[in-house]
Design a protein around this ligand. Sequence first.
Ligand SMILES: [Zn+2]
Length: 107
Amino acid sequence: MTLNPGIAAKIAATADHAKPGTCPRCNAPVLRARAGRIAALDVTADPTPLDLAGEILARLDGRLTWRLITTALGIQRIAWRSPSVPTADPVIADHTCPPQPIQEALL
Ligand SMILES: [Zn+2]
């Protein structure tokens, strides 16, 4: 059975597959996905996995963290991360742009 290409494109557009891109504001590499099945959320995350200390700092900074799952077919997905449940998947955090220089600080 093969899917109609239009239907396959709609499924891909609504799936939680991680798509590489760049931040339009700071040009940093990011991963984008629509995470969640029922109450989905558009996620823009930094692609670099965090260690435990990095995840704690990200959460203290108010950023959500996500599991970066790689399926058996090699497709990366971004899924909700429950901080109370240990995970073997890499953990990534929401992207935040680096602070912009303030003109007064340059003088
Ligand atoms: Zn940015």
